[in-house]
Write a protein that binds this ligand. Structure first.
Ligand code: PRT
Ligand code: ZN
Length: 225
């Protein structure tokens, strides 16, 4: 059984957020040995356990109160919040701080030779994405509709494969779009990594530790600015 008196932090095990999440925690003075391929790592010098999981699982772990804190991309967090709301739930959590890494944008992209004068060009079209709820929120705000093609990977090949007219995917440098003959036509959401906390009061000791970590994170981020 996990020790409930220790602060539990979920971070991505391996991916675009894992190195910087680990670096942030270590700059906060948390000594963790993450070498081994284990789900849980125990901090040596503070009552903190680190859970290393798929990024997609982090919002749910925090919303369900399984862990106290999590480091996650806003895109994944918001998609999970919207998914749960669509299922009639009322997900609760708080965003403690926007972090200084993991920056990307969720964009609409079309075959490079297609004309685009605004989102209405895509009204009623089929769009491939891993973020159907964020996309729906944007289309709803524009009074438009789309047909969804849900793909959890290889979204950028969908138009070429004849699966969709356009895509809505994460972009950072734009190289992936270009390599696939696509053109970014609109940004619908801008994301960074965030530190989130579960709803409900933490035990006094845990809350004091979170306060200390927040002060350190503030210092780490300021020093990098
Ligand atoms: O295995 P796990 O489920 O944990 O990881 P994952 O494969 O789902 O996610 P991962 O590690 O790829 O990304 C984690 C988070 O990093 C995302 O949710 C974003 O918040 C953030 N992030 C920042 C990005 C990018 N930049 C990014 N460029 N996530 C994905 N990409 C992908 C994008 O999907 C596309 O395939 O990179 C490609 C585009 O990059 P450019 O540079 O060619 O534009
Ligand atoms: Zn993922």
């Amino acid at each position: 059984m996990l020790d409930n008196t220790r602060l539990r932090i979920a971070m991505q095990k391996s991916g675009r957020l894992s190195d910087e999440s680990r670096e942030l925690l270590s700059r906060c003075g948390i000594k963790i040995n993450l070498q081994q391929q284990r789900l849980i790592a125990f901090a040596e010098n503070m009552p903190i356990d680190i859970l290393r999981v798929r990024d997609d699982d982090i919002p749910g772990l925090v919303m369900d109160g399984v862990v106290d804190l999590g480091i996650i991309g806003e895109n994944v967090l918001e998609e999970e919040v919207l998914t749960r709301r669509a299922q009639g739930e009322d997900p609760q959590l708080s965003i403690l701080r926007r972090l200084d890494f993991g920056g990307c944008r969720l964009s609409l992209a079309m075959p490079a030779d297609s004309a685009y004068t605004g989102p209405e060009c895509l009204d009623g079209k089929r769009i491939a994405t891993s973020y159907p709820h964020l996309l729906k929120k944007y289309f709803d705000s524009q009074g438009l509709t789309f047909k969804s093609c849900l793909l959890n990977g290889s979204v950028e090949v969908a138009p070429r494969a004849g699966l969709s007219d356009a895509i809505c995917d994460l972009v950072s440098t734009g190289a992936t779009l270009e390599a696939n003959g696509l053109r970014e036509v609109d940004v619908i959401y801008r994301s960074k990594a965030v530190l989130i906390q579960r709803a409900g009061e933490l035990e006094a000791d845990k809350q004091a530790l979170v306060n200390r970590l927040m002060t350190r994170i503030q210092g780490v981020i300021q020093a990098r600015e």
